[in-house]
Design a protein around this ligand. Structure first.
Ligand SMILES: Cc1cc2nc3c(=O)[nH]c(=O)nc-3n(C[C@H](O)[C@H](O)[C@H](O)COP(=O)(O)OP(=O)(O)OC[C@H]3O[C@@H](n4cnc5c(N)ncnc54)[C@H](O)[C@@H]3O)c2cc1C
Length: 386
């Protein structure tokens, strides 16, 4: 084994986290001539607890950055194409037929695929199994030390794309977890589930649990990804055990208990947090930007965040280009990123949050929505909110 001699690695941009957000940011910087490093603590391929539904927004953004992306992704053997969604409530069902397809892909494979795109199409230096330790920001730049190593990374800008437990956010902002804007969620894989189709995603609302829904998303290999999320405030106030509640959901729902009668759980039920975009705090500052879950950009109504992670990766890359063009990496020009994020993502998420809160306080609205759901206009409105 070679001895670590304490090297200094100099870059222009340090991206922390190689999830969908970090990868899209690296891809968006591919033709800038900037020296970019992407640093992730995990060893790839690695899993990420997720429902694994990839909305159009993610695919369209990646296509805009890397023409031909969607075709390559569709041909990836782990990708499933989704054409329909069924929403179930009290024995009734609304079916949406998507004009443009969405996808599912296990995160173990999706994130490795995206990192592969970074390696193939960009000059980015990729450092996995590399755990950041201390970030220092001065007027001259950013330095980053690595746990268990004497290597030091330097850059002009650091991008926090390191997910819900972002150390960039922890070290460079005053953020604290706000339970009113955070979901606790669990997910398991099942096989042998009745009446599932590889191109249909399903969502089940239970009157017992108010608004919160359980998803059943098909994934490759004949399995489904099943999960459930609740507002952390409700979990704390009502002392809810999320894992027990997950299994109770099946028992309490006649449709689900029939559907999962002979199902086999494949692997453990795992949990993770979902930071919601209804309250995001400052996503940038002197020499740094946050994106994706590190910036709290998941949808309060659907819990989805891959699309916003990818889009915010693109917006952060645009801001990086501006900063290098004007030679200013301070907090003031970064505010432009906050504005772009607000316009492109956050305004919609705040609207979704209001809908989510109204529905959970007044679940009878769901009865009305289901009654009105037969009308195309209402269907289109629901589609635009998730
Ligand atoms: C149960 C559940 C279900 C969900 N279902 C969906 C869904 O169906 N569709 C959807 O669109 N979204 C879903 N989401 C949300 C989605 O998972 C996230 O919004 C999305 O992964 C955010 O992408 P990201 O790139 O910002 O962060 P992540 O995907 O979390 O990637 C962060 C990366 O940073 C790395 N990292 C973490 N900490 C450090 C560190 N200290 N140093 C270096 N690297 C670090 C990690 O290893 C990882 O590679 C779900 C979330 C949960 C919890």
């Amino acid at each position: 084994m070679k001895e670590d001699t304490g090297t200094v690695k100099n870059y222009d941009v340090l991206i922390i986290g190689a999830g969908p957000g970090g990868c899209s940011c690296a891809i968006a910087l591919k033709d800038t001539g900037l020296r970019v490093a992407i640093i992730d603590k995990a060893t790839f391929p690695r899993d990420k607890v997720c429902g694994e539904l990839m909305h159009r927004k993610a695919v369209e953004t990646l296509e805009s950055l890397l023409p031909g992306f969607e075709k390559t992704f569709k041909q990836f053997p782990k990708t499933l194409v989704l054409k329909h969604t069924q929403i179930n409530y009290k024995g009734r069902m609304i079916k949406f037929d998507w004009k443009n397809e969405s996808y599912t892909c296990p995160r173990m494979d999706l994130d490795n695929f995206l990192l592969g795109q970074v390696k193939e199409h960009t000059p980015t230096d990729v450092f996995t199994s590399t755990q950041p330790d201390k970030i220092t920001v001065t007027n001259d730049g950013v330095t980053l030390t690595i746990k268990g190593s004497t290597t030091v990374f330097t850059g002009e800008i650091i991008i926090g794309a390191d997910g819900a437990n972002s150390i960039v956010a922890k070290q460079l902002t005053e953020r604290t977890l706000d339970r009113k804007h955070y979901l606790g969620a669990v997910r398991a894989y099942y096989s042998n589930v009745k009446d599932t189709k590889p191109d249909v995603s399903e969502v089940f609302f239970s009157p017992k649990f108010g608004l919160n829904y359980l998803w059943v998303f098909p994934v490759e290999g004949g399995k489904v990804n099943v999960g459930f999320g609740l507002l952390s405030q409700n979990i704390a106030d009502q002392k809810i055990n999320l894992k027990e509640t997950f299994y109770k959901y099946f028992k309490d729902s006649p449709e689900l208990s029939a559907k999962f009668k002979d199902a086999i759980q494949e692997g453990p039920l795992e949990g993770f947090g979902v930071p919601l975009g209804s309250s995001i705090g400052a996503p940038s500052g002197n020499r740094f930007m946050l994106l994706g879950d590190a910036a709290s950009l998941s949808n309060p109504l659907s819990g989805t965040g891959i699309g916003n992670a990818v889009l915010s990766g693109k917006l952060a890359a645009n801001q990086v280009k501006t900063c290098f063009a004007i030679g200013d990496f301070s907090a003031t020009p970064m505010l432009q990123y906050d504005d772009e994020l607000q316009k492109a993502i956050v305004n919609d998420l705040v609207a979704s949050y209001k809908v989510q809160r109204s529905l959970s306080k007044m679940p009878f609205i769901l009865d009305v929505v289901f009654w009105l759901g037969k009308y195309e206009k209402v269907k289109k409105y629901i589609q635009s909110m998730v």
